[in-house]
Write a protein that binds this ligand. Structure first.
Ligand code: ADP
Ligand code: F6P
Length: 324
């Protein structure tokens, strides 16, 4: 089987994440070192369907390990969710001689990879998302950079919040997942964190907590709100009205997805990218690279997608107990 792989493709899909470039670099250079040809597919599955396919060599990935974003660009592609789109994608891979494909992205992108695997293209997923919401892996490329970026921004907001003795609601990314909010909650010493997995919508409890901390003499009240809950402006207005404490909302937004990757993201991306190529060389397909209990491992995509992940209860309780 392994001898059959001659040319591999690589694409990035879904929301970009710092470290994706390091992963692309690792895929390209590992593949070349093993005698494989590499083709870069631009703009995720959209670029695949448009045949935006370029040859890559060692030099095409020079000077990118330190850069945020993705040199291959990324996209979301509705057509690829359809059976016709997936069939067309598999045919285009075959037409271009791509017999192995590395897909760097999140759960959604892995579903696309799974479909291509079932259509005869050996496909491996590499977890790239700032959200840390892929159940089979303890780490996803981009998370460390994103939380450090958010943490630094929140520190700055805290300074001005304290000076003005205000409440600040800071909205961080995470449409369905609260990991960024949880980590920043701990790292920034937030008084409250609102996570999609935990928040029951009880605004009164939040307001009472703000009143309590005020009484205790706290000079600010930092609420970290995950994007999945949203409505930060409305919440700020309500808090101000009910508590009398001046309240400002800040939505950190896409700045959390950019910037030079941290050391951690570069290293995980490099190892995971190389690992994906090794799997293809071994003739494997329909698998996703993961990091679990201190080891790089891999799962069948079907199994990986069936896994569930929840916020760690202990970590969540620590964040609450320290916010006194
Ligand atoms: P992420 O990979 O970060 O989770 P998305 O969920 O937006 O991001 O998925 C990225 C892309 O993957 C989608 O735009 C689509 O092209 C493809 N995709 C998502 N779900 C499926 C699916 N069920 N079948 C085929 N392709 C899918
Ligand atoms: O990459 C994941 C993510 O950043 C989520 O946290 C966020 O909700 C979403 O992407 C935003 O995506 P976009 O604004 O690019 O559509």
């Amino acid at each position: 089987m392994s001898e059959q792989i001659r040319t591999i493709g690589v694409l990035t899909s879904g929301g970009d994440a710092p470290g994706m470039n390091a992963a692309i670099r690792a895929v390209v250079r590992t593949a070349i070192s093993k005698g494989l040809k590499v083709k870069g597919i631009m703009r995720g599955y959209a670029g695949l369907l448009n045949e935006e396919i370029v040859d890559m060599d060692t030099k095409s990935v020079a000077d990118i390990i330190q850069r945020g974003g993705t040199i291959l660009y990324t996209a979301r592609c509705e057509e690829f969710r359809t059976a016709e789109g997936q069939k067309k994608g598999a045919e285009i891979c075959k037409k271009h001689g791509i017999d192995g494909l590395v897909v760097i992205g999140g759960d959604g992108s892995f579903q696309g990879a799974q479909k291509l695997s079932h259509l005869g293209i050996n496909t491996i997923g590499v977890p790239g998302t700032i959200d840390l919401d892929i159940a089979c892996t303890d780490y996803t490329i981009g998370f460390d950079t994103a939380v450090n970026t958010a943490m630094e921004a929140i520190d700055k907001i805290r300074d001005t919040s304290t000076s003005h003795e205000r409440c600040s609601i800071i909205e961080v990314m995470g449409r369905n997942a609260g990991y960024i909010a949880l980590w920043c909650g701990i790292a920034n010493g937030a008084e409250d964190i609102l996570l999609p997995e935990k928040y029951d919508g009880d605004e009164q409890r939040l307001i009472n907590h703000i009143k309590e901390t005020r009484k205790k003499g706290k000079k600010h009240h930092i609420v970290i709100n995950a994007e999945g809950i949203g409505k930060s402006q409305e919440l700020a207005a309500k808090i101000e009205k009910e508590t009398g404490m001046e309240t400002r909302a800040t939505i950190l937004g896409h700045l959390q997805r950019g910037g030079s990757p941290t050391c951690k993201d570069r290293v995980y991306a490099s190892v995971m990218g190389a690992y994906a190529v090794d799997l293809l060389k071994e003739g494997k397909s329909n698998r996703v690279v993961a990091y679990s209990n201190g080891k790089y491992i891999d799962y069948e995509i079907d199994e990986a997608l069936a896994m569930k992940k929840d916020i760690d209860e202990y970590q969540f309780n620590v964040s609450r107990n320290l916010a006194r």
